[in-house]
Design a protein around this ligand. Structure first.
Ligand SMILES: [Fe+2]
Ligand SMILES: [Fe+2]
Length: 261
């Protein structure tokens, strides 16, 4: 019970002996009130943008070059994967009928990955790797040869390829997440927007979001192929380490070349 009529903050309770030192007296709030109102007003003044009312700035030269490289190498990689499964299927599907649906399923997914990057390549007018004929012959050769060695060797080949491709997709996703902060503008006024005006859903342009989603879905499917190969005795291939390490080196070399040539 306080007497606040003349600015005094004396406790009027008859049972209270502490008077001004009474701990039940809450600190005066009058000094803080304007500050909180000010913050509230500021928050109300910030307009949030949710999509249709924004425009994305252009990509830098380096960002454009990076995206072209991503599409070129991923298209070449998926073409390679498509032909590896083609080679494996050709050699193993009749000999081991129980492997036919397993190989067919992985091959179908690779065909879908390949077609998706073919479309992106056309849409963004990215030139394909000049070594495309080599990727086709080399990939079919790796698939067929490992299949001829044994079904386990074919699965070991899948382990090696998918390990490298999974890591490669992760590297691309890291760059796309961290280095693609494109400026965003109000569509009507052209005024650049600050981060607190932008809702989470529109932080990335629809085009980049879709590319990230594609890569992350394909990465997950590649890792499923890796698990499938392990389940189908990849580690029983002889010599497992030599085979997988050699194929990993070939894949890394192919990625390096496809990005540049
Ligand atoms: Fe793939
Ligand atoms: Fe795959």
């Amino acid at each position: 019970m306080l007497n606040a009529s003349r600015g005094s903050r004396r406790c009027l309770s008859s049972t209270c002996r502490l008077n001004l030192h009474c701990t039940s007296i809450a600190p005066a709030k009058t000094a803080k009130a304007p500050k909180s109102n000010e913050t509230k007003a500021k928050k109300q003044a910030i307009k949030k943008y949710y999509g249709e009312d924004v425009e994305y700035g252009a990509l830098s030269k380096a960002q454009k070059a990076f995206l072209d490289r991503v599409i070129r190498v991923d298209q070449a990689g998926e073409l390679g994967a498509n032909y590896i499964y083609f080679g494996q299927f050709t050699v193993l599907a009749t000999k081991y009928p129980h492997l036919r649906p397993v190989l067919q399923h992985m091959w179908d997914q690779e065909v879908h990955h390949h077609n998706t990057f073919n479309d992106l390549q056309t849409k963004r007018r990215v030139r394909p790797s000049l070594l495309t004929p080599l990727w086709k012959v080399g990939a079919f050769g790796i698939g067929a040869t490992t299949g001829l060695i044994s079904k386990e060797a074919a699965m070991a080949c899948t382990v090696a390829v998918e390990t490298v491709i999974g890591g490669h997709y992760n590297d691309q996703l890291r760059v796309l997440m961290n280095q693609f902060n494109i400026p965003i503008y109000d569509k009507e006024t052209g005024i650049p927007l600050s981060p607190d005006q932008i809702s989470r859903e529109i932080e990335t342009s629809p085009e980049l979001s879709s590319l990230k989603q594609t890569i992350s879905t394909f990465r997950d499917e590649e890792l499923e192929h890796l698990d499938t190969a392990i389940e189908h005795d990849a580690e029983k291939a002889v010599p497992y380490m030599l085979l997988t390490e050699a194929i990993k080196i070939i894949c890394r070399g192919a990625i390096w070349s496809a990005e540049r040539i």
